[in-house]
Design a protein around this ligand. Structure first.
Ligand code: S3P
Length: 181
């Protein structure tokens, strides 16, 4: 298991509430990798939380910080990375993501809505109309998430451990150069 990815970073992408952090931690353990949450790195670098960055500096400034942090993370190997849901928006981010393996956790909007109903930490979801907002974000982002190497459609009742095992089982089928890596 430890050399399944031969050092290649594993990037988890997907909507807010998809479970990227939970899965990232589990997969790091299974793969013998380190774990990084890009939002945590941004928070530490900025010295304030994501809501404060959005409120005080605006979304564009947040997106720039997110790209800078991704570039720093990509310099390392043997990591699983839980990215922020909007990491797929910038073309330049893909040049970093593409250096590793990109796994999309695709969770139905109804389930995301259930998980995020009480959330106060995501500035994009603080207006009323959570479901409409999630649907509209998903519409914009679906074609971008679709450019991932591996799409994992989360089914009702699947535990994080089940999902992690499914990802590990499916990785060999999408490794770019299985002979060279
Ligand atoms: C965002 C997702 C958040 C965070 C920020 C913006 C997005 O991360 O980066 O609130 O645009 O989808 P999570 O996906 O970890 O919640």
């Amino acid at each position: 298991m430890n050399d399944l990815l031969k050092g290649l970073n594993l990037y988890l992408v997907g909507m807010m509430g998809a479970g990227k952090t939970t899965l990232g931690r589990l997969l790091a353990k299974d793969l013998g990798y380190g774990f990084v949450d890009s939002d945590d790195v941004i928070t530490k670098a900025a010295g304030k939380n994501i809501s404060q960055i959005f409120a005080e500096d605006g979304e564009d400034a947040f997106r720039q910080l997110e790209s800078d942090v991704l570039g720093q993370i990509a310099a390392f190997t043997r990591l699983t990375i839980a990215t922020g849901g909007g990491i797929i928006l910038k073309r330049e981010n893909w040049s970093y993501l593409r250096q590793g393996l990109v796994v999309w956790l695709d969770v139905p909007v109804a389930e995301l809505e259930r998980r995020l109903r009480e959330d106060t930490t995501r500035p994009l979801l603080q207006d009323t109309g959570l479901e409409e907002k999630l649907v509209s974000l998903m519409e914009t982002r679906y074609p971008l998430y679709s450019q991932s190497d591996l799409k994992i459609t989360i089914q009702a009742g699947e535990t994080p451990a089940d999902i992690a095992q499914r990802i590990i089982r499916d990785i060999p089928s999408v490794l770019k150069n299985p002979d060279n890596n």
